[in-house]
Design a protein around this ligand. Structure first.
Ligand code: ZN
Length: 134
C-alpha cells in the first residue's frame, strides 16, 4: 500500500496536552523531529511529541484548512487544538498509523505485522492523552 505524499498529521504535545493539526509532505516522524528542532531553536524543550494519526490527501493545505475550520471551536493558536472528545474520536476513526522507508526498515513496510505494530503504537499514544475537558 502506498501512502499519499501529501498528508495531514495529528501530533500530541505531551507537556501542553494540545494536538497539532499540521500539513507535511515528509515522513510524519521527520516532520515531528523538525518540529522539535524548531522549538529548541526558540529555547523551548518539549517533553515529547507523539504522532497520533495521519491522513493522506491530494492537497495537504486544503485538508488542513478544512480540519482547522471543523475544529475551530477548540483552536488554541497556530496549529494547536484542545484534545476534546470530538477531536479524539475523529483521530481514532479517520486517521491511520504510519510506516515508511525513512522511519522503519524498508523490507518491513510491506509486512502486515509491522503495520499493525505501528497502528498499535499510535493507539497507545492516543490512549495516553489525558481526558482534558470532558
Ligand atoms: Zn516514515
Amino acid at each position: 500500500m502506498t501512502e499519499s505524499t501529501e498528508k495531514v498529521c495529528f501530533v500530541h504535545d505531551v507537556e501542553s496536552n494540545l494536538v497539532k493539526i499540521g500539513a507535511t509532505s515528509q515522513c510524519p516522524h521527520v516532520y515531528i523531529a523538525g518540529l522539535a528542532q524548531t522549538w529548541h531553536q526558540r529555547g523551548k524543550f518539549p517533553e515529547g511529541f507523539r504522532l497520533l494519526g495521519v491522513m493522506g490527501c491530494d492537497y495537504k493545505f486544503d485538508l488542513k484548512k478544512e480540519l482547522h475550520a471543523r475544529f475551530a471551536r477548540w483552536h488554541k493558536g497556530n496549529d494547536w487544538f484542545d484534545p476534546v472528545p470530538e477531536l479524539r474520536i475523529f483521530i481514532s476513526t479517520e486517521t491511520h498509523g504510519h510506516a515508511c522507508n525513512e522511519c522503519v526498515n524498508p523490507s518491513a513496510t510491506e509486512d502486515e505485522a509491522m503495520r499493525e505494530r505501528v497502528d498499535a503504537a499510535v493507539a497507545e499514544a492516543f490512549r495516553r492523552i489525558p481526558s482534558g475537558v470532558e
